[in-house]
Ligand binder design. Structure first.
Ligand SMILES: Cc1ncc(COP(=O)(O)O)c(C=O)c1O
Length: 417
């Protein structure tokens, strides 16, 4: 069946003209003077979002199939998340972690239960990098507590992405993110993703843990080869290492399970979350087994805003909605639809499409031409997607995106190739 032939014609924004409209120009001009120029920003000023659509300051509507890079999983301004955050805003914003607040505990209970980790415990922070930083500190300290003070190295993978703090950028297996920041912290070893022989060679007396993404998101939407996480679990058990999974991009329902590792039957010792957890409000989490968590007792780690009541209240509602059995099944079905569309596009446009990859609603289309140009043409045609690496156009749509909207998105991609 030619799935693409039935795609409705895109009805969103008109292509941007060579000279941008004045309000956009004016905002961009201010941004160029006021902001650190550390992002490669698209020439688009967004001011409103509802569901899977966003509007720019010129009033143009875009179909948003990237949703804040895998972050607004329930779409923009989801009414139940908005009302949970508003109710909490009216009650209590912040008191610090020297006191207990219930929204944080309620969220931890949800994550712990869903994780299936023995005696699971949660620590809250504000971002993916901070959650991974907690994993790294936990691994080192837990090995010391076990009487293995020389075990501090963490094996991570080439093309991985774990964040921008000094430790997490060093864990990241991509030189381009590290250049200029040397000397980098010691204790990270990178091996090719999926290469068990390389993992075996890298394991030594200094190894503390393995840190891995179930799907490399920023590295080009590359799922781990079948059996890889299971094999890593086996290596960790055999050598007394901790298996730590970075679920920052894959967690909270994106792949059709609450956490990506749940497709594999593997249980990590600890994992990180951020992105979709707060549906756009900043919150990160590190979930670990009770046994491992004992390595971070009182005073050893913390974060002023971690588990902030407003973000936590929004995150509990987000988690309930994104990870209900019905929503996970729906996300998986939509993922299958998106993949079928991608395969059809690849067959039809083999001259332009090299590969389609992903799981659930994390999906990448590797293209022959510069992916940045394709992303720019998609934008001009009313579709927001982004880059994952140099060659891959990434889709990370909201779980509430309809099948028709996904079909429409792929039609716009085809038109933009
Ligand atoms: C797998 C993964 N880990 C960590 C991070 C860093 O998250 P943050 O930007 O919230 O620090 C990202 C961000 O893209 C990610 O995709």
């Amino acid at each position: 069946m030619d799935l693409l032939a039935s795609a409705p014609a895109p009805t969103t924004a008109t292509p941007s003209k060579p000279s941008l409209p004045s309000r956009t120009d004016a905002v961009m001009d201010r941004a160029k003077k006021a902001l650190l120029q550390n992002y490669k920003q698209q020439p688009l000023v967004l001011e409103r979002g509802e569901g899977v659509y966003v509007w720019d300051v010129e009033g143009r509507r875009y179909l948003d199939l990237i949703c804040g890079i895998a972050t607004c999983g329930l779409g923009h301004c989801h009414p139940q998340v908005v009302s949970a955050a508003k109710a909490q805003l009216d009650k209590l914003w912040h008191v610090s972690n020297v006191f207990y607040t219930e929204p944080q505990i309620a969220l931890a209970e949800r994550l712990n239960k869903a994780s299936g980790l023995p005696g699971a415990r949660s620590f809250f922070c504000n971002s993916g990098a901070e959650a991974n930083e907690a994993l790294i500190k936990l691994a080192r300290r837990a090995q010391k507590e076990r009487g293995q003070p020389d075990r501090f190295e963490i094996i991570t993978f080439e093309q991985s992405f774990h964040g921008r703090t000094l430790a997490t950028v060093t864990a990241t297996g991509q030189k381009k993110y590290q250049q200029g920041f040397e000397p980098l912290p010691a204790g990270f070893v990178h091996v090719p993703y999926g290469d068990l022989d390389a993992v075996d060679k890298a394991i030594g007396p200094k190894t503390a843990a393995i840190l891995v993404e179930p799907i490399q998101g920023e590295g080009g939407v590359r799922p781990a080869p079948a059996g890889f996480l299971q094999a890593l679990r086996q290596r960790c058990d055999a050598h007394g290492l901790f298996l730590m999974i970075d679920e920052v991009q894959t967690g909270v329902g994106r792949t059709g399970k609450a956490f990506g590792f749940q497709h594999t039957g593997v249980s990590p010792d600890a994992f990180s979350l951020a992105k979709a957890l707060g549906n756009g409000l900043p919150i990160g989490a590190m979930v670990c087994t009770d046994a491992l968590g004992k390595a971070l007792p009182s005073g050893t780690h913390g974060s002023t805003f971690g588990g902030n009541p407003v973000a936590a209240a929004a995150a509990s509602v987000t988690f309930d909605l994104a990870c209900s059995a019905a929503q996970l099944a729906d996300t998986a079905a939509k993922g299958a639809h998106l993949h079928a569309l991608g395969q059809a596009l690849k067959a039809k446009r083999a001259d332009k499409v090299v590969d389609v990859r992903g799981q659930g609603l994390l999906f990448g289309v590797e293209v022959k031409d510069a992916a940045a140009d394709v992303v720019a043409r998609c934008r001009a045609n009313g579709l927001l997607v982004n880059l994952a690496g140099e060659k891959t156009v990434r889709f990370a749509p909201a779980f509430v995106t309809t099948m028709d909207q996904l079909t429409q998105g792929l039609a716009i991609l085809e038109q933009s190739l």
